[in-house]
Write a protein that binds this ligand. Structure first.
Ligand code: PGA
Length: 262
């Protein structure tokens, strides 16, 4: 399986800045067959960046979309309108769940819409700080995982990417974000694989990529990538710094090569 390095730019950069930043990345990123590099700029920049990017090096993801394909939905953009621009779609990010009140129902409809339109959904799941304190992590992960996948057929589950993003570790709007220990992440990954195995079978569980996200930087990327179940990283803040993002890609390649030798 490939290793996925995905940068979520969130609501940063103007269209012009996005283009300059992508230009910088395209000059620096080396393409490797076993590393999939994806960036997710603002919706505004997707059209121009889709023409600018070299998809062999950097593919694009949308940060959001509406689950219906066309119709009277003022102000919305559908995945059917975006499908020629992007390969991936982020769904269920905690900022969408908690700032914009996206429900499990919205999220499962979006996962289904992305698949229906031939895109790979990146389904984000993760517990909040208080859920963690109250020992509810396992229940939350199970609910968000199976809830998000509930409109997906068992055969299609492995076409989704699952990103474990503990809300307490996401740096963006929480200045007090903590850094997750590799042990925390290892336990969560083990649980997610177990739920996938029990629900969809061993093969699907093994074929579904699991990513980690939450305050990932070049100094800690390796500690997560070394985890047996880790198939990549979803990176917010550090993906806005070209040297950080490209360093993480190189670290991922080193870990991949080292694993291949064992
Ligand atoms: P962060 O964001 O890397 O800035 O913590 C991660 C995310 O929200 O996906």
């Amino acid at each position: 399986m490939k290793t996925y390095i995905i940068g979520n730019w969130k609501m940063n950069f103007t269209v012009g800045e996005s283009s300059l930043f992508l230009h910088k990345l395209l000059q620096r990123v080396r393409s490797y067959r076993d590393i999939e590099v994806v960036v997710s700029p603002s919706l505004m920049a997707l059209q121009s960046l889709s023409l600018q990017t070299d998809r062999r090096k950097i593919k694009l993801a949308t940060q959001n979309f509406y689950h219906r394909d066309f119709g009277a939905f003022t102000g919305e953009v559908s995945i059917a309108q975006l499908r020629s621009l992007v390969d991936y779609a982020i769904v269920g990010h905690s900022e969408r769940r908690y700032i914009f009140n996206e429900s499990d129902k919205d999220i499962r409809a979006k996962v289904a819409a992305a698949l229906r339109n031939g895109l790979t959904p990146i389904l984000c799941i993760g517990e909040t700080d208080s859920e963690r304190t109250f020992g509810e992590t396992a229940d939350v992960l199970r609910d968000q995982l199976l809830g998000g996948l509930s409109e997906v057929s068992a055969e299609e589950v492995s076409k989704c990417i699952i990103a474990y993003e503990p809300v307490w570790a996401i740096s963006g709007h929480d200045k007090a974000a903590k850094v997750a220990s590799p042990l925390d992440v290892k336990d969560a990954f083990a649980l997610i694989r177990k739920i996938l195995k029990e629900t969809y079978g061993k093969e699907t569980a093994e074929d579904t990529p699991l990513l980690f996200g939450g305050s990932v930087k070049s100094i800690n990327a390796e500690s997560y990538l070394l985890l047996e179940d880790c198939n990549g990283l979803l990176i917010g803040g550090a993906s806005l710094i070209a040297s950080e993002f490209t360093d993480i890609i190189e670290i991922a390649k080193r870990v991949k090569d080292a694993n291949a030798q064992h």
